[in-house]
Design a protein around this ligand. Structure first.
Ligand code: AGP
Length: 606
């Protein structure tokens, strides 16, 4: 989604804004722009396209020279990606950048048109710029407050006023924004990586708080104008986390960071061999009291939830439902305080997941968030939060965040199993020992990626591809398929292997290869039968199975064998080749691995 950066200080604002925006590129965007005070006047340069297009335009037009400005990368929602729709949007009073969606922008537009305003872009953002112009009578804060009272929706706003060349204003609701605290310089940003080079210290703006920045001061007020005293946060990520560190892409760097991320996430939560989360509002004895568990998430995080469902149901015999957040939020929910609702999100800002969390809270269910980004909205609003320690994840295709979400699911499943007397302490200790051993094996797998590169080269020209599996292998197939399609643009579907012949097998042909995952002994033979069915229809098959599986060589064209653990732990093994397969396919097809088209890292609009 869109990215915001603002700078006020003594250095070259344009350079700092462009560099900050580069560190937000991972969020996904299709146009970019900056507005900088140059000799007391706001100068704007914006364009459809990438930051390189913007810098090229600046080379031709001359780079804005100044020490205060705002910048934006836009991911189009209202209106196509175009120069005119790009941010900043300005007029004789203000220049603004905006993330989010103004839901009542049509009504606001009509209100302004009645007052004689005309519009040149198709964006909802232009209505905010014009509203500020309408309400402004010399007092920026009053004008901002009047605008906030008039608009509905989600927004993070960076604003500069022509009359105040030494100030930046910012506010937010349901779209994140931080205020970076430097020495003789201050920043606004939609995400920490944009300012990490300059400072680790920042304030998190809460709903409808307004920040007023000069180079030497930051004042934050609430909607009534009362000055707030805010907690200063310190980012634990270092600058290197936002760099590729010698890898060609963030995605492969992050795939390789998985063993460490898993250890960082689970080892502090294992005490004397037992899972221990130390949650303030979910004491140990409460783990046994829920009649069912509802997991809600989007995309890859939802796939981690699917693994959780299989694990918790198997180990603790508790019914678990997994729902996509955008569906959950509009369903007629049958939940109450006897249900636990688990929200999983890397960013902690996904609009649908946040809405789902709020609905679950309203219903009275206890909410537990599993989140990677510290201080994000979901983390702050949930009754309890388990932070995953994946570190900064930049590639749009989520890999290490998935691995740590799954790792937390393993620990939670054991916690529920202990609480429901389905697991003894001795069994838990053995289970946790295995879990702690897995990252070492994962590391060995990551040291030898030749097979995955080879299989990617064999399948890279496919137009369509199927991933099949049963049980936990089906949950993994969903993730393998999503990974492949989002970064290689090859159409793919994940199917429960047993469901193929209820319709979809009609799509199988010699041009439609199949990746089959078969790591679960109980259903291994069943999956093998399904593989035979697709091979009989001409499909080329890549089988992913355990190292020690007895496989008739005739069953598959290619066999990828992975290290052996008890069946229940196999997802943490299987995910590695699936991620690598997607990665190398994307590389071989010359795709933009880290920033796939149309996608955003953090989906902060509905
Ligand atoms: C993952 O590869 C995707 N880019 C996407 O599905 C992502 O997992 C989803 O948007 C949820 O994001 P979140 O974890 O930040 O809530």
């Amino acid at each position: 989604m869109c990215g915001i950066v603002g700078y006020i200080g003594k250095d070259d604002a344009t350079d700092i804004l462009i560099d900050g925006l580069r560190h937000l590129e991972y969020r996904g965007y299709d146009s970019a722009g900056i507005a900088v005070f140059e000799n007391g006047q706001i100068r704007t340069v914006k364009t459809r396209g990438r930051l390189d297009d913007l810098t090229q335009k600046m080379e031709m037009e001359g780079k804005p020279a100044g020490h205060c400005g705002i910048g934006h990368t836009r991911w189009a929602t209202h209106g196509e990606p175009s120069d005119i729709n790009s941010h900043p949007h300005g007029n004789k009073v203000v220049s603004i950048v905006h993330n989010g969606i103004i839901e009542n922008y049509m009504a606001v537009k009509e209100f302004l048109q009645d007052k004689g305003y005309t519009f040149e872009s198709q964006t909802d953002t232009e209505t905010i710029a014009k509203l500020l112009d309408y309400y402004y009578d010399g007092n920026p804060l009053e004008a901002i407050r009047s605008v906030l009272a008039k608009i509905h929706g989600s927004y993070a706003l960076g604003i500069i006023f022509h009359d105040f060349p030494e100030k930046i204003f910012a506010t937010r609701k349901d779209s994140p924004l931080i205020v970076g605290v430097g020495s003789g310089e201050n920043f606004i940003a939609s995400d920490v990586p944009a300012i990490l080079k300059h400072t680790r210290n920042y304030y998190l703006l809460e709903q409808d708080e307004i920040a007023e920045l000069t180079e030497g001061s930051i004042t934050i007020t609430d909607i009534n104008g009362d000055i707030l005293s805010k907690e200063l946060m310190t980012a634990t990520w270092d600058v290197e986390a936002a760099e590729k560190g010698g890898y060609p892409h963030f995605m492969i760097k992050e795939i390789n960071e998985q063993p460490t991320a898993i250890i960082n996430t689970i080892s502090p939560r294992i005490k004397n061999g037992l899972p221990n989360f130390g949650l303030p509002n979910l004491p140990d004895e409460d783990f046994g009291k829920y009649k069912s568990i509802q997991i809600v998430a989007c995309g890859t995080a939802m796939h981690a939830g699917m693994i959780g469902k299989y694990l918790i149901e198997k180990m603790a015999h508790l019914p678990v439902n997994v729902d996509i957040a955008s569906e959950f939020r509009y369903r007629d929910l049958i939940l109450d305080q006897n249900d636990l609702v688990i929200i999983i999100s890397q960013s902690g800002e996904t609009a649908d997941s946040l809405a789902a969390l709020r609905i679950a809270k309203k219903i009275g269910a206890h909410t537990l968030a599993i989140v990677n980004v510290v201080g994000s909205s979901i983390a702050r609003e949930a009754d309890d939060v388990i932070y995953t320690y994946a570190g900064l994840e930049i590639a749009v295709a989520s890999t290490k965040a998935y691995a740590v979400q799954v790792a937390v699911m393993y620990l939670l499943a054991a916690k529920f199993a202990l609480a429901t007397d389905r697991m003894t302490e001795e069994e838990s200790k053995e289970y946790c020992r295995t879990l702690l051993d897995i990252p070492k094996t994962m590391k060995c797998m990551l040291d030898d990626t030749g097979d995955c590169q080879y299989y990617a080269s064999k399948f890279q020209n496919a137009h369509s591809l199927f991933f099949i599996g049963r049980g936990l292998d089906y949950a993994l197939s969903l993730e393998g398929s999503l990974k492949l399609k989002e970064i290689s643009y090859i159409h793919s579907e994940a199917y429960a292997a047993g469901e193929l012949k209820h319709g979809t097998i009609s799509l199988i042909s010699q041009d439609v290869p199949v990746v089959a995952v078969a790591t679960q002994a109980k259903i291994y033979e069943k999956t093998i039968s399904n593989i035979k069915e697709v091979r009989a229809r001409g499909a080329k098959v890549l089988l992913i199975c355990k190292e020690d599986a007895a496989v008739d060589p005739e069953v598959a064209d290619y066999i990828l064998r992975i290290p052996v653990y008890d069946d229940i732990f196999m997802p943490l093994m299987t995910v590695v080749p699936l991620q690598l397969f997607a990665y190398y396919t994307s590389v071989l097809r010359g795709c933009d691995v880290d920033k796939p088209r149309n996608l955003a890292k953090s989906v902060t609009v509905e």
